[in-house]
Design a protein around this ligand. Sequence first.
Ligand code: 4NP
Length: 166
Amino acid sequence: MTIITKEDPYKIVFVCLGNICRSPTAEGVFQHLVNERGLQSYFYVDSAGTSAYHIGELANSKSRETAREYGIELRSRARRFEDEDLQEFDLIVVMDKENLENIKALDPESNFKDKIVLLREYDPAPGDGEVPDPYYGGLDGFQNVFNIVKRSCKALLDELEEHVKS
Ligand code: 4NP
């Protein structure tokens, strides 16, 4: 990949199904890490869902509660991933294989396949490679998602930071 500069910030979007649990958590955590490292000018961070079920909603209250325990406010509103996002973003980071298939279906000629990845490819303990859907479960599922997202986002940013040219 090329270098990341202030003139050409790196655009990253996290993607799940509803854009109310996993991907807003990843957006909030990644932005928090970017801010902690003083890299705000170098990254543009967003999230989206492959479904239209929750468009316009704030993140799930259990996701917000969990993130808040770590000093992170989730403020995003759900939106649907659009065709144009394939072009727009430098990296499309997907939470599970079902949503990876949903995104790939928007790219039938595989023009963008090199920038579509699973978040847990970066996880030092990748498990089955997926961030599990916490929507129908209890708070422990949301806490598990937060922990997976936190260590995966840290590893992802560690890798990207090597390409930042100040
Ligand atoms: P998310 O979780 O994809 O992590 O935002 C879900 C949110 C909503 C639904 C499923 C998963 N739903 O079926 O409405």
